[in-house]
Design a protein around this ligand. Structure first.
Ligand code: PRP
Length: 215
């Protein structure tokens, strides 16, 4: 992650062979929901490996079965923040890597007429924010949903937020990083553009519908 005068440069992982492979699967309209979900999980795990490289750690002295040993453990309270619905399959791969993480769901849907996000579920507590929030959503299209999620993290009092997306549009990255320069964005790829219905092109269609077989 490079810092460009306060604004974080997005990290785009489209050179990774496994990411390219699974992107090919999720883009393909013939891919069945179970295979689509599986590839979203694999992509989320690969994104997570990059987005967590520099998490804060603390030293600890423990006993192995043989002797005393200094080890390093994660220091921060980490929150996974999936945006419903499509962010749901991204949760388990992250939880497998960070079992201690908390999961805080945010329900947002995009109004079909305006393409603006509409909140419908938010049970964030008053106070006691996590140290680091990882916002999970396969799609960063206009950036409206991710921006609303980042605003919620600020209002909760979260010190640092990172957004993990499978596919991003240039417009969405621009909107998000301009409005929230301190937020880090990790994406598997950046597509060409949005179409007149604000869908990512070439994209993968509607991730929520493909994950839950509700096309
Ligand atoms: C999709 C997607 C993101 C959002 C991206 O969700 O999963 O949450 O739209 O668009 P944006 O960047 O323009 O805000 P959708 O509203 O279709 O809800 P769903 O996950 O329930 O299908």
């Amino acid at each position: 992650m490079t810092d460009n005068g306060g604004m974080k440069e997005p990290v785009i992982l489209d050179q990774h062979a496994l990411i390219q492979h699974h992107l090919g699967i999720v883009r393909d309209r013939r891919t069945e929901p179970w295979r689509f979900r599986n590839s979203i999980r694999q992509l989320a795990g690969l994104l997570a490996a990059h987005a967590t490289r520099d998490l804060k750690i603390r030293e600890e002295t423990i006993q192995t079965p043989l002797t005393t040993c200094n080890v390093r453990r994660l220091a921060d309270r980490i929150g996974l923040v999936p945006i419903l619905r499509a962010g749901i399959p991204m949760v388990d791969p992250l939880l497998e890597l960070i079992p201690e993480a908390e999961v805080w769901h945010l329900g947002l849907y995009r109004d079909e007429a305006t393409a603006k996000p509409v909140p419908y579920y938010n049970k964030l507590p008053a106070g006691s924010p996590v140290d680091l929030a990882l916002v999970l959503d396969p799609m960063l299209a206009t950036g409206g949903s991710a921006s609303m999620a980042c605003q919620s993290m600020i209002e909760w009092g979260v010190a640092e937020t990172r957004v993990l997306a499978v596919i991003a549009a240039p417009e969405g990255i621009e909107k998000l990083t301009t409005a929230f320069p301190a937020v880090s964005v990790y994406a598997c790829c950046v597509d060409e553009c949005l179409n007149d219905r604000k869908f990512i092109v070439p994209g993968l269609g509607d991730a929520g519908d493909r994950v839950f077989n509700t096309l």
